[in-house]
Write a protein that binds this ligand. Structure first.
Ligand code: HEC
Length: 483
C-alpha cells in the first residue's frame, strides 16, 4: 500500500481521470481471466476463499499490484492507481463473502430456541415488540426501569417489568429530526443515584420555512443534561452546544455516544458530511470531544494551547462514530465508526491523534469509485490508505457491517464473554464479539445475526445483554441458556 507524507500529498494525491466504478474496472481488466462471476478461468477463482498467494487484504493488494508474470498475471501497479487497486480488493472481498456465506447458518436466534456460540449459549427474550419507533439508545435506572430514546425526540420509560410506559417524558429539549439525526444518545451520570443527572445527545438547531416555502434545516449534535421528576424533564443545562455557525443542513453523520470516566465525559460528533472538515481543529464535527461532566474544559486536553483549535477536541479525523466504549481493565477508549464502502473502523482513541478521515481511509465510495475529497483549498484529492502521523484502525470490516452501538460485556451472566467487546451492526444485522488483549483484536465471532438492525447493545445491571433493534423496532435481551 502506498505510504506518502502530508508534504507530498498535494503532488501525488491529485485525482486524475478515475471516475471508473469498480464493477467496470473489474469487467474491463480482470473478468476475461477470472470470470464475470469471479468463478475463474485462466486465472483462479476469486471467491472460493482460497488464496494461493496470501489471504490478507494486503496480500491480495500485492497480488494485484505486483502480479505474477511467470503464472500469467500482469502487474497492475502503474496501470491502475493505488486507490483503484484498493477498491478492487474491497470488491473481491465483498463478493467472496457473498459466495462463501450462501447456505451458511449464522447464530440467528428465534424465541424458545437456544443459540449456540463458541463460548456461551443464549436465548433471546423479546421485551418490547410494539410501540417503540426508531429507538436509538437505552440507559438503566437503579430501580430497574430503563430510559429509551426515539429518534423523533421522545424520551420514554420502560417499567421494571419491561413494559413500555405509555406516558412520554414531557419538557425534553426540542430536537431537529433530520436525516440520520434526532434524539440519539441517553446515559446516566455515574453518580445518578445521588445527583439525578440524565444526559442526552441530540440534533440541535432550527427548522424554518425559506422563501420558497421549503424547510431550511440547520443542525448539529449537542449534549444536554437534566433531571426527570415523575414524567417531567427539569433543571436543564447544556453541556456542549456548538455555536450556531457550526450547524449545517446535512442529514448525515451525527455520531453521538457517551462514555463517563473519572469526572470526564467523552462524546463524538460525526463529520456531518463535511469531509475534510474532520481534519480542521477549529470545527467541532468529525471529532471526539472530552469535557468535564458539567461541560467545563479540562486544562490538559490536547489542543487547549493550539491556536484556533476547539479546546474540547480529544481526537480528530473521524467520519461517523456511533459506538464508544471504555475498557474498564485499562481505561482505554475505543470507538467504532461508519467508514465509506469497505472502511468501517474500530479505533483506539488516544489524545490528540488523527484518525485520518477523509485523507486516509481503507474504503471507497459507495458507487465503487476511489475515495476522494476536496482539500481545504478546493482541490479534488484522492484518499490514501496509510500516512505517517495518522492512526490506523485496530481492526476494520470489509465488507462494511455498518457499526452502531458498542459495549464491553461487564456482567456475570456470560462469564466466558467477560470484558469482550460487543459490536453492533445495522446493515449486517449482527453483533460481533471481539476479544481484546493489549489493545489488539485477538479473535472475533458473530454471536447474533439477522433479527434486525442493531442500533444499540448494552450490558444491563442484571448482567443480561440488551439490544435495541430497528426494523422491526424492538427491545430484546440475551439470557444465558444451558444447552
Ligand atoms: C491475463 C489473465 C489475467 C488477467 C487479465 C488478470 N489476472 Fe489475476 N491472475 C491470473 C493468473 C494466471 C493468476 C495466478 C493464478 C494461480 O496462481 O493459480 C492470477 C492471480 C490473481 C490473484 C491472486 C489469487 C490467489 O489465489 O492468491 C488475484 C487477487 C488476482 N489475480 C486478481 C486480479 C485482478 C483484480 C485483475 C484485474 C485488475 C486480474 N487479476 C487480472 C491471470 C490474470
Amino acid at each position: 500500500m502506498r505510504k506518502i507524507s502530508l508534504l507530498f500529498l498535494s503532488l501525488t494525491g491529485l485525482v486524475s481521470a478515475q471516475k471508473v466504478k469498480v464493477e467496470a474496472l473489474y469487467g474491463q481488466n480482470c473478468a476475461g481471466c477470472h470470470g464475470a462471476k469471479f468463478e475463474g478461468g485462466v486465472g483462479g477463482s476469486l471467491v472460493d476463499g482460497q488464496w494461493k498467494h496470501g489471504s490478507t487484504d494486503a496480500d491480495i493488494y500485492r497480488s494485484i499490484a505486483k502480479g505474477n508474470v511467470q503464472l500469467g498475471m500482469n502487474p497492475w501497479e502503474g496501470v491502475l492507481s493505488d486507490e483503484q487497486i484498493r477498491s478492487l480488493v474491497i470488491f473481491l472481498r465483498e463478493n467472496e463473502k457473498k459466495t462463501l456465506t450462501q447456505g451458511v447458518n449464522f447464530p440467528t436466534p428465534s424465541p424458545d430456541t437456544v443459540t449456540k456460540t463458541e463460548l456461551e449459549n443464549y436465548k433471546i427474550e423479546a421485551l418490547v415488540t410494539d410501540g417503540l419507533k426508531n429507538p436509538w439508545a437505552i440507559a438503566f435506572l437503579p430501580d430497574g426501569r430503563k430510559l429509551v430514546t426515539e429518534k423523533s425526540g421522545q424520551l420514554r420509560f420502560m417499567t421494571a417489568a419491561n413494559t413500555l410506559d405509555p406516558t412520554v417524558i414531557s419538557g425534553t429539549p426540542a430536537v431537529i429530526e433530520h436525516g440520520q439525526g434526532g434524539l440519539m444518545e441517553v446515559a446516566l451520570h455515574p453518580d445518578y443515584a445521588k445527583n439525578g443527572w440524565v444526559y442526552l445527545g441530540l440534533s440541535d438547531g432550527t427548522r424554518e420555512k425559506n422563501d420558497k416555502g421549503k424547510d431550511d434545516v440547520r443542525c448539529i449534535t449537542a449534549v444536554v443534561r437534566g433531571r426527570i421528576k415523575d414524567h417531567q424533564w427539569t433543571d436543564q443545562e447544556w453541556i456542549y452546544r456548538p455555536d450556531p455557525k457550526f450547524r449545517s443542513g446535512a442529514g448525515v453523520h451525527f455520531g453521538t455516544r457517551f462514555v463517563f470516566d473519572q469526572g470526564y465525559l467523552y462524546f463524538p460528533i460525526g463529520e456531518r458530511g463535511g469531509n475534510i472538515e474532520a481534519q480542521n481543529l477549529s470545527l467541532p464535527n468529525g471529532k471526539i470531544h472530552r469535557v468535564y461532566d458539567d461541560g467545563r474544559i479540562p486544562a490538559d486536553n490536547p489542543f487547549v494551547k493550539t491556536k484556533d483549535a476547539l479546546p474540547s477536541i480529544w481526537t480528530y479525523g473521524h467520519r461517523n462514530p456511533q459506538g464508544l466504549a471504555m475498557d474498564r481493565r485499562d481505561g482505554a477508549l475505543y470507538n467504532t465508526e461508519h467508514g465509506p464502502r469497505g472502511g468501517d473502523e474500530l479505533n483506539l482513541d488516544q489524545p490528540g491523534k488523527n484518525y485520518g478521515w477523509p485523507v486516509v481511509t481503507l474504503g471507497m465510495n459507495y458507487d465503487g469509485t476511489p475515495m476522494s475529497f476536496n482539500s481545504a483549498d478546493g482541490k479534488k484529492m484522492e484518499s490514501v490508505t496509510e500516512m505517517k502521523g495518522v492512526e490506523q484502525p485496530i481492526t476494520y470490516w470489509l465488507p462494511s457491517i455498518a457499526t452502531c452501538g458498542l459495549d464491553f460485556y461487564t456482567g456475570d451472566k456470560f462469564p466466558k464473554w467477560k470484558d469482550d467487546l460487543l459490536v453492533g451492526a445495522l446493515a449486517q444485522q449482527e453483533i460481533r464479539r471481539l476479544r481484546i488483549v493489549d489493545h489488539k483484536v485477538v479473535s472475533q465471532e458473530i454471536i447474533l445475526k439477522n433479527i434486525g438492525r442493531v442500533r444499540d447493545v448494552a450490558t444491563g445491571p442484571d448482567g443480561l445483554i440488551y439490544i435495541l433493534l430497528n426494523g422491526p423496532d424492538r427491545l430484546v435481551r440475551m439470557v444465558p441458556a444451558s444447552k
